[in-house]
Design a protein around this ligand. Structure first.
Ligand SMILES: [Zn+2]
Length: 201
């Protein structure tokens, strides 16, 4: 495990965009998930609460739902493959784009605005479940990032066992690791070790 987190609520959010933090609920090596922080369907809702999508009551009142967990993971990996391709300046897989568009059409068919105390709010019309509310919000966020200039700042962590995605807003756009405290430090320690070994050898 690259990132230490006992619970989904302890996981760092350093993607810089809501959908990226959702993709960063797993660690990957060679594109395959090696650590999954979404351990239960409840984690999907807790993540949604922390992201400001659900209220605390909504996030805690749901029975376990294996199908919802599998769906959330599958959608997350589809998004990861698409955005990992963007980060690597590669074209995404056509099937993934079709899958993305299916999700997008479903979500957008439910998006609406409402007036609440004189303020315009947007919400989801007739969402069948709170899981859908979380996943639709993630999909909308992904669509917004694809349409935003910040997409050009998208990077994938240089560590071989991380796979986290982030927006590089550093001044000279030279950020290589998701987090200097985790992946950056490990890389530094490894370089130091190799230097010591060389000078000893
Ligand atoms: Zn990393």
């Amino acid at each position: 495990m690259t990132h230490q987190a006992e619970a989904i609520t302890e996981l760092k959010r350093l993607g810089g965009w809501l959908c990226l933090d959702f993709m960063n609920t797993a660690e990957r090596a060679g594109g395959e998930v090696v650590t999954d922080f979404l351990k239960s369907s409840g984690d999907v809702l807790l993540w949604g609460e922390q992201a400001g999508i659900l209220t605390a009551n909504e996030a805690r009142e749901q029975a376990s739902n294996e199908a919802a967990l599998n769906e959330a993971r599958a959608m997350r990996e589809m998004l990861y493959r698409i955005f990992s391709a963007f980060a690597g300046k590669r074209p995404p897989d056509q099937r993934d784009l079709e899958g993305f568009n299916r999700w997008l059409r479903e979500a957008m068919g439910h998006l609406q605005i409402q007036l609440a105390e004189g303020m315009i709010q947007n919400n989801w019309y007739q969402a069948p479940s709170l899981y859908r509310v979380v996943l639709w919000t993630v999909i909308r966020s992904a669509f917004e990032l694809m349409s935003a200039p910040q997409l050009g700042l998208l990077r994938e962590c240089a560590a071989a066992d991380c796979g986290w995605l982030f927006l590089d807003t550093s001044r000279n756009h030279s950020r290589r690791w998701c987090d200097m405290e985790d992946c950056g430090n490990r890389a530094k320690a490894r370089r130091h070790y190799q230097r010591v070994k060389r000078s000893e050898g």
